[in-house]
Design a protein around this ligand. Structure first.
Ligand code: MN
Length: 739
C-alpha cells in the first residue's frame, strides 16, 4: 500500500538514493505521506491533484543539493496555510522538528507582494526584507523553487493575475536567485516571467533562436571538445565553460541596446581560465588560428581593465556553419575578481543600482554555492547559512504594502518621518499590526505600521529629539521647530543662555545679557539676539558652541568685582525665586491660556503672588511681580503704556504640580551635623534640593542652596521650618540680578 502511495516520489527517491549524500529517506517519505494526507482532495487550478505541486518543489529543492529538512519542508510548505483545519505549525514542529517548522513558517510568511507601480528602491527593500525575514537562507531557496513551479503552471491563471505574479518574479525573485548564485533558477524565472510580461517579444526572440540555432543544440559541446584538444596539445593548464544565452538575456540585449537579432554575437560563449597572463595571449592566438575572428569585436581588458577592475580578453569568432560565438580568456585571479571581488561587478552586469551593501553581504553565499562539492555532508554545508543577513536593518510594511527599511532600533516616529515630513509632524499615535502602540516602540521585521495623524496635532514634541534614531527624523523635527515655534524657541534658547550665565557665575542684567547675545549673534552671522536664542531653541546650534563666545564677551565688558550680597529677611513682598524654568503653562495672559511666557529674572514671581505681563521687544511676554520696581519704572515711561498686559496664575495657590527653583542662603553656626538636619527637614517637606554648597566664614557658615517649591506659601513654610532648626541664624532668599 505504502509502496503504491510513494509512486509520485519514486523518481526523486531514486535520485537521492543514487547520490553519495546522507539523506534521511524515511523522514522524507514521511513528510511526503503527511503532505499527501493533508492535501488529499485538493486540486490545483490546472486540474492536477494538489500534491503534484509540493512534489515538484521538493524535486527542485533536491536538485539544488539541499538537505533532508529542506526537502521535507518543500513537501509541507503549503500544508499550514492551505489545510488549517487539519494541521498547524506546532504539529509540524512536533513531527518533523524545529528546522522543518521554521522553513514552513518562513515560506508561508513571505506573502505575495504587489510590485506593480513600485519604484526601484521599494523593490530593492522588498528583496532585502525577504532575506531578512527568512532567518535561514534555506527558506529563500525553497521559496524560489515554489515560485519556479508556480511560474511553470502560470498559464492556468487569469490574465491580470499572471501579469502581477510575473512582474514580481522578474523584479524580486529572479534578482534574488541571481544574488544567491543560482544562475539556472534565475534564468528559468526570467524566461517564464518574460513569457507573460511580453508574450509577443518572447515569441519573436524564441522563434529567432530556434530558427538560427535550434538545429545546433550540440554546437557549443562540439566547440568545447575541439578547443580542449587544441589547448591540451599546447600543454596549457586550463578550465573551460560553455554558455548559451537565454531567451530573456537575448531579449534584454535587443531591447536595451537596441540591437537586431543578427547583432547578438555572444549567444554562445566560451570561457577559458588559465594560470598566467601570458597564457591568456597564447590561448587567444590559438583561438584565432582555429576560427576566423569578427572584426571590431576584440577587446583587451587585461591591458586596459574596466573601471570595476574587470580583466579579461574578449573576442568573437565564427564557428561552423557561420555561427558566431564569444570567447573570454582570463587568469584564475582575474576570474576571481570578476566573480566575487567587486560587488559592483554583477551589479554592472545586471544593470542594477543602489545595492552595493546587499551585494557584499551575499557575496560569500555565492562563493559557498560555487565551491560546494558532492563529498560534503549537506547538513554541515548548510549550517553555514544560518546567519542573520541584515542585522542592522529592519523592514516594515506601510498599510499600502510598501516596504520601508529602517536602521535597527528606529522608532515609529522615525518611520513616520521616513514616510513624509507632514506625516511625522501631524503624528498623534501609531498602530503595529492593527494595534495601538506607543510612538517610541521599535517595530520588527514584517510588521505593518500605520501612523495616526491629526490635523489638529500641535506638532512634534521636543522630547522626540531624544527618542528618534535617524538623523532624517531629527533634522525634520528641528526644521519644524525652527519654522513653527519661533517664540517658544526664543524662550528655550534664552533659558539655555541664562543657564550658562548662572553656571559660570556671570552676573549681569537682562539688558546686558541681551547685548552680549546680540554681539555674539552678529559675530556668527545672525541679525540679533532673538535669532541666536531661536537657533539654540530649535537645536540649530548647540549652546556649547556659543558658550566660549558668550564668556569672552561677558568678561570683556561686564566682569565686575564680586560684591557682598545684601542680606534681606524674606517676606512675601520682597522674596524672589530665581531660575524658574516654566515657560508657558500656569499663567493666563490677557485672558489667554497656554501663552509662551518667560518669568522675569528681576523679581521671579511665584504662584500666589500678584503678577503682570510685559511685552518685551525681543522675546515675548515676561511675567513680573506686580510690585516689581522695574515695573513701576517702566510705567513712568509713556512709550511703554501699551506694553503691559494683564496676567494671572491659572491655578489656585498650592494646587500646581509644577515646581519652581528658588535659591536661598542659610547662615548657620559652625556645626557639623547642621547640613544633615536641614536635609532631613527638607526631605520631610518633600522639597527637592537642586544644588548645594557651603562657604566657611569666621566661626559660621553660609549654605547656598537651590530648592524647588510649588508656590509662595510653600516657599514661606519651607523658610520658617528651616529657620526653626537649631543653630540656624538666618535664612535669606537670593535675588536674581535686578535692574
Ligand atoms: Mn506552494
Amino acid at each position: 500500500m505504502t509502496e503504491e502511495r510513494l509512486k509520485p516520489i519514486e523518481h526523486l527517491l531514486t535520485i537521492l538514493e543514487s547520490s553519495n549524500r546522507k539523506y534521511d529517506l524515511e523522514k522524507i517519505k514521511k513528510a511526503f505521506l503527511y503532505a499527501d494526507d493533508m492535501h488529499i482532495g485538493q486540486m490545483r487550478q490546472s486540474g492536477e491533484p494538489y500534491i503534484s505541486h509540493p512534489v515538484a518543489v521538493a524535486e527542485s529543492v533536491a536538485a539544488l543539493g539541499l538537505d533532508t529538512d529542506s526537502i521535507c519542508a518543500a513537501f509541507l510548505h503549503d500544508t499550514v496555510e492551505d489545510c488549517p483545519d487539519k494541521t498547524d505549525l506546532e504539529t509540524v514542529r512536533k513531527i518533523f522538528g524545529n528546522d522543518v517548522a521554521l522553513f514552513v513558517d518562513g515560506v508561508t510568511k513571505i506573502k505575495s507582494i504587489n510590485v506593480e507601480d513600485k519604484e526601484e528602491t521599494h523593490i530593492e527593500n522588498i528583496r532585502k526584507m525577504l532575506l531578512a525575514m527568512s532567518k535561514d537562507i534555506r527558506v529563500i531557496f525553497i521559496k524560489l523553487c515554489d515560485r519556479m513551479h508556480n511560474m511553470h503552471t502560470l498559464y492556468v491563471k487569469k490574465d491580470a493575475k499572471r501579469r502581477a505574479i510575473a512582474l514580481e518574479t522578474m523584479h524580486v525573485y529572479a534578482p534574488l536567485a541571481h544574488r544567491l548564485g543560482m544562475q539556472r533558477v534565475k534564468q528559468d524565472l526570467e524566461d517564464y516571467a518574460l513569457k507573460y510580461l511580453d508574450p509577443i517579444g518572447y515569441d519573436e526572440v524564441k522563434k529567432n533562436i530556434d530558427e538560427k540555432y535550434g538545429k545546433n543544440i550540440y554546437f557549443i559541446e562540439n566547440v568545447k571538445n575541439f578547443v580542449s584538444a587544441k589547448l591540451e596539445a599546447a600543454n596549457i593548464n586550463f578550465s573551460l565553460k560553455g554558455r548559451v544565452k537565454t531567451v530573456y538575456s537575448v531579449y534584454r540585449k535587443m531591447f536595451n541596446q537596441n540591437k537586431s537579432f543578427d547583432e547578438i554575437y555572444d549567444f554562445y560563449a566560451l570561457r577559458i581560465i588559465v594560470d598566467t597572463e601570458l597564457e591568456c595571449y597564447t590561448v587567444l592566438g590559438l583561438i584565432h588560428e582555429m576560427y576566423k575572428s569578427v572584426p571590431g569585436r576584440f577587446k583587451d581588458y587585461i591591458s586596459t581593465p574596466k573601471p570595476n577592475m574587470y580583466q579579461s580578453l574578449h573576442t568573437t569568432v565564427i564557428g561552423k556553419d557561420g555561427i558566431p560565438f564569444e570567447v573570454q580568456i582570463r587568469t584564475r585571479e582575474m576570474h576571481h575578481v570578476a566573480e566575487y571581488g567587486i560587488a559592483a561587478h554583477w551589479k554592472y552586469k545586471s544593470g542594477e543600482k543602489s545595492s552595493v551593501d546587499i551585494d557584499k553581504k551575499l557575496d560569500w553565499i555565492s562563493k559557498l554555492i560555487d565551491t560546494e562539492n558532492d563529498t560534503k555532508d549537506p547538513d554541515e554545508f548548510l549550517h553555514a547559512f544560518k546567519i542573520d543577513i541584515f542585522h542592522d536593518e529592519t523592514f516594515v510594511f506601510t498599510p499600502k504594502g510598501d516596504v520601508v527599511a529602517l536602521p535597527l532600533g528606529a522608532t515609529l516616529i522615525d518611520f513616520a518621518y521616513s514616510i513624509h515630513t507632514g506625516v511625522g509632524n501631524k503624528m498623534i499615535g501609531a498602530k503595529i499590526n492593527g494595534r495601538i502602540a506607543p510612538i517610541d516602540s521599535e517595530p520588527k521585521n514584517g510588521d505593518i505600521v500605520e501612523v495616526i495623524t491629526s490635523n489638529s496635532s500641535k506638532g512634534p514634541s521636543r522630547d522626540w529629539l531624544n527618542i528618534v534614531k535617524t538623523s532624517e527624523a531629527r533634522n525634520k523635527i528641528r526644521q519644524w521647530f525652527k519654522k513653527e515655534r519661533r517664540q517658544e524657541n526664543i524662550i528655550v534658547g534664552k533659558n539655555e543662555i541664562e543657564k550658562i550665565f548662572n553656571r559660570k557665575h556671570m552676573h549681569c542684567t537682562d539688558a546686558e545679557m541681551e547685548e552680549i547675545a546680540t554681539t555674539v549673534a552678529k559675530r556668527i552671522g545672525m541679525i540679533d539676539a532673538s535669532d541666536l536664542y531661536n537657533a539654540i531653541g530649535y537645536g540649530g546650534i548647540s549652546y556649547t558652541k556659543v558658550e566660549s563666545k558668550l564668556t569672552d564677551e561677558y568678561e570683556r565688558n561686564y566682569k565686575k568685582e564680586p560684591v557682598k550680597e545684601p542680606v534681606i529677611e524674606p517676606t512675601p513682598q520682597n522674596s524672589a525665586a530665581v531660575k524658574k524654568r516654566k515657560s508657558s503653562g500656569g499663567v493666563i495672559v490677557d485672558g489667554e491660556e497656554g501663552c509662551a511666557v518667560k518669568f522675569a529674572k528681576c523679581c521671579n514671581p511665584l504662584p500666589g503672588e500678584e503678577i503682570i505681563g510685559f511685552i518685551t521687544k525681543g522675546y515675548g511676554i515676561s511675567i513680573h511681580k506686580a510690585d516689581c520696581p522695574n515695573i513701576s519704572n517702566a510705567y513712568a515711561n509713556e512709550e511703554n503704556v501699551n506694553r503691559f498686559v494683564k496676567a494671572e496664575w491659572n491655578m489656585p495657590s498650592g494646587s500646581s504640580s509644577s515646581t519652581y527653583e528658588s535659591a536661598i542662603k542659610i547662615y548657620v553656626t559652625n556645626r557639623i551635623s547642621i547640613l544633615a538636619d536641614i536635609s532631613v527637614a527638607l526631605a520631610d517637606m518633600r522639597v527637592d534640593i537642586v544644588s548645594i554648597n557651603t562657604q566657611n566664614l569666621d566661626g559660621a557658615s553660609i549654605i547656598n542652596m537651590v530648592i524647588s517649591c510649588k508656590d509662595i506659601s510653600h516657599f514661606n513654610s519651607i523658610v520658617s521650618r528651616v529657620r526653626n532648626i537649631k543653630d540656624v541664624i538666618r535664612v535669606t532668599r537670593v535675588l536674581g540680578a535686578s535692574t
